[in-house]
Design a protein around this ligand. Structure first.
Ligand code: PBG
Length: 328
């Protein structure tokens, strides 16, 4: 009697594992975030996010040039203006960075831009706060977001990506884009964005942590509660109906159940955001010798595609070529 190898027969060699794999990570499906920060003299590393910097206008162009050489030609830009406001925001700094990227790299680069107010306010909330400081005003915030999206699209963005979680912003943004002959600009909605603790390193990089003496201390009144999966479904359905081209789940790893379910239910391209805290967790373990960094990153990306993502926003996009060569 031989040994029973009913399932292990297909696992016995790299060749047969290659031939039977069902999910592939392709670097063409990854998007690299960048932070463009006004008023710093030199670029500054972001703690936890190896190889990611708060960039100056010059260093941003240099970094993107290097990224293009390593095959990371799709980016998500976060503009961090120097002057903070409470209403009537000025979006020119971020628009200027978009225009500079477009001018330098032309259509070689695919530029998505995050649309939110948290980096532009002193209190770090994602919108306009009521005078008594106890809530974010929806309509007034949506009007500013639509104006930001229009400014970024006019500056040359391929895609605008609102991450604020106000109600009705997708419809308002689509309308203002269409009214200004920007019907080709893509709209990616952070439609299933949860009120997560995994955004820590990002908030340091983007000056966007809630702060000050407002009654509002966090984002619980607009981001989705981690224990409300039905809210994520409703939000994504609504955003698809309002005109979003791409939907998103964020964070990634702790919300794979959401991604798997929603991507089956709603037939749109799904993005997933491997957020700063998840990315940093792997980097910190790797620095302690507890995991092999590249292999652990590739395993996380594999999980996202397996769960139904068609694209992944990850701080490691610029290393994908190298890591995939090492790990597959
Ligand atoms: C802005 C925004 C956040 C992220 C993307 N856009 C942070 C937040 O909601 O506080 C998080 C990204 C990350 O952690 O990598 N609203």
């Amino acid at each position: 009697m031989g040994e029973n190898l009913s399932l292990r027969r297909l696992r016995q060699s790299p060749a047969i594992r290659d031939l039977t794999r069902e999910v592939f990570v392709d670097r063409r499906r990854l998007i690299q975030p960048h932070f463009a920060v006004e008023g710093i003299r030199e670029r500054e590393p972001v703690p936890g996010l190896t190889g990611v910097f708060r960039e100056t206008p010059d260093s941003l162009l240099r970094q993107v040039e290097t990224d293009l050489e390593s095959g990371a030609e799709k980016l998500l830009l976060f503009g961090v203006p120097g002057a903070k406001a409470t209403r009537a925001f000025n979006f020119d700094y971020t628009a200027g960075q978009i225009a500079a990227l477009r001018k330098r790299f032309g259509k070689d680069l695919w530029i998505a831009v995050d649309v939110c107010l948290c980096s532009a306010t002193a209190h770090g909330q994602c919108g306009i706060v009521s005078n008594d400081g106890d809530h974010v005003e929806n309509a007034a915030t949506v009007a500013e977001l639509a104006r930001a999206a229009l400014t970024y699209a006019q500056a040359g963005a391929d895609c605008v990506a609102p991450s604020d979680m106000m109600d009705g912003r997708i419809r308002s943004i689509r309308e203002i884009l269409d009214a200004n002959r920007l019907e080709r600009t893509l709209l990616m909605s952070y439609s299933a964005k949860f009120n997560s603790k995994f955004y820590g390193p990002f908030r340091a990089a983007a000056d966007s942590a809630p702060k000050g003496d407002l009654q509002l201390k966090d984002r619980a009144t607009y981001q989705i509660d981690p224990a409300r999966p039905t809210d994520a479904l409703a939000s994504s359905r609504r955003d698809a109906e309002e005109g979003a081209d791409i939907l998103m789940v964020k964070p990634g790893m702790p919300y794979l159940d959401i991604l798997a379910k929603l991507s089956k239910e709603i037939e749109k391209p799904w993005a997933v955001y491997e957020v700063s805290g998840e990315f940093a967790a792997i980097e910190l373990m790797a620095a302690q010798g507890l995991v092999q960094g590249p292999a652990a990153h590739v395993e996380s990306w594999t999980a996202f595609f397996r769960a139904g993502a068609s694209m992944v926003i990850t701080y490691g996009a610029r290393y994908a070529k190298e890591w995939l060569k090492e790990c597959l």
